[in-house]
Design a protein around this ligand. Structure first.
Ligand SMILES: NC(=O)c1ccc[n+]([C@@H]2O[C@H](COP(=O)([O-])OP(=O)(O)OC[C@H]3O[C@@H](n4cnc5c(N)ncnc54)[C@H](O)[C@@H]3O)[C@@H](O)[C@H]2O)c1
Length: 394
């Protein structure tokens, strides 16, 4: 009897209490994944990067709060809301435990692009038109330790509203969106001052367009091939791609994706010779994302080299597979009393971290962070060639 009680309290301590802002496709894949990996062992664990991080398994994640604005999601239990339209990601875990987490109404702000109204209900957001909840108060009441932010691209005000709520409630944040917080000096300091960690910005998928393009860029450079021109074109049929048809919402996404690749080059490409971004919305693709990469360069004796690559992925599980690790890194930081941007995990998991490293270095640094080892990060000066230049940012 005594042993059972000890075991129960130990496993309760293992929970990482997570809130979600934006119950879209990525949230769906994340919630499904926590249950999918619950009792898996050995080869059945394929698909996740790390079974255990500091002793925390995927199944140690517990969802305690969720916010959305869509009338088909607000007011419903999280385990039902993740399957509501317009979500369209693959269902790989339909049986989910009953939770008492009911999706609360967040403030809409700039979360819903106007053109969504021109598309069918099944494909677009539909606001619930409810009085928004006080997010900071709801976070406090839920006991959340970390909020995962999954706002649509271009939701500058909404993302910052959730960030401020995290600061007020002293809740950590994982910012999956290309709105610059962890990589912005002012916001980074706010998180330091509030005593809570943040991993950001803009999640880098497990094997997605960004990390493949970065790896290819390094391959060319490491093998002495000069890169003259490159593009990365992406198509998909989920609400993320529909939202991004509004080009005015895309500015930070283009910067985030382009700089993520530029940061891997020994010499930056002229802006005219690098084109990276979401390219079109193809409804029937649903949550399947297709990426085309082309690279043109010169090898030995100025001989031309051309590379064409096509990558096809399920978009949302691809990012959830990274968020599941970021959540556990945040938990370690909370236990260690670390605050502000987590440099190494951000560099490995995010497209726009406070500091960019080569992915091999970022991996080593992230592993050292997880193990609690010191790791000498490359000096800032050594990165000068790769320093991100974002127009209009300090
Ligand atoms: N591989 C990936 O899927 C990937 C990779 C990198 C970044 N991201 C980014 O992650 C974010 C989430 O992606 P997704 O595919 O889940 O998007 P999605 O469109 O499926 O979900 C967005 C959700 O946010 C909700 N929402 C809109 N405004 C809101 C507000 N003010 N408050 C609360 N909820 C609001 C919508 O109703 C919807 O449920 C996007 O910004 C996307 O670009 C995704």
């Amino acid at each position: 009897m005594e042993i059972e009680i000890v075991g129960a309290s130990k496993s309760m301590q293992k929970d990482i209490k997570v809130a979600i802002a934006g119950v879209g496709n990525c949230a769906s894949a994340l919630v499904q994944g926590v249950e999918y990996y619950r009792d898996r062992h050995g080869v059945a664990l394929e698909g996740i990067m790390r079974h255990s991080i500091g002793g925390y398994k995927c199944s140690d994640v517990e969802f305690v709060a969720a916010f959305d604005i869509d009338r088909r999601k607000v007011g419903r239990p999280l385990e039902e809301a993740i399957f509501a339209k317009p979500n369209c990601t693959r269902i790989f875990q339909s049986a989910l435990p009953v939770s008492n987490v009911v999706v609360q109404a967040g403030p809409v702000l700039d979360g819903v692009a106007e053109h969504m109204a021109d598309y069918p209900d099944d494909a677009a957001f539909r606001s619930a038109d409810l009085e928004p909840t006080d997010v900071a108060a709801a976070l406090r009441a839920s006991g959340a330790e970390v909020l995962v932010c999954y706002m649509p691209v271009g939701s500058e005000r909404a993302v910052k509203h959730y960030a401020q709520a995290c600061l007020d409630a002293r809740v950590a944040m994982i910012n999956c969106v290309p709105v610059f917080l962890a990589s912005d000096h002012t916001w980074a300091q706010k998180f330091r001052d509030a005593g809570v960690p943040i991993i950001g910005d803009d999640i880098k998928s497990q094997v997605g367009a960004t990390i493949v393009h970065r790896a290819l860029a390094r391959l060319f450079a490491d093998r002495g091939v000069g890169l003259d021109r490159t593009y990365q074109l992406n198509t998909g049929g989920n609400t993320d791609f529909l939202n991004m048809l509004e080009r005015s919402r895309l500015k930070s996404k283009k910067i985030s994706k382009t700089e993520s690749v530029q940061s891997q080059l020994d010499e930056r490409l002229d802006a005219r010779n690098i084109h990276i971004g979401p390219s079109d919305y193809v409804p029937w693709q649903q949550d399947n994302k297709i990426c085309f990469i082309r690279m043109e360069g010169r090898g030995f004796g100025d001989a031309p080299i051309e590379l064409e690559m096509r990558l096809s992925v399920e978009d949302s599980p691809n990012s959830a597979g990274v968020v599941i690790d970021a959540i556990r890194c945040v938990k370690l930081a909370l236990e260690r009393g670390e605050a502000g941007p987590l440099v190494a995990p951000s560099a490995y998991y995010m497209k726009s971290p406070p500091r960019q490293f080569r992915d091999s270095v970022a991996l080593e640094a992230c592993n050292a962070f997880i193990d609690g080892r010191n790791f000498d990060l490359p000096a800032e000066a050594a990165l000068d060639a790769n320093v991100i230049v974002r127009p209009g940012r300090t």
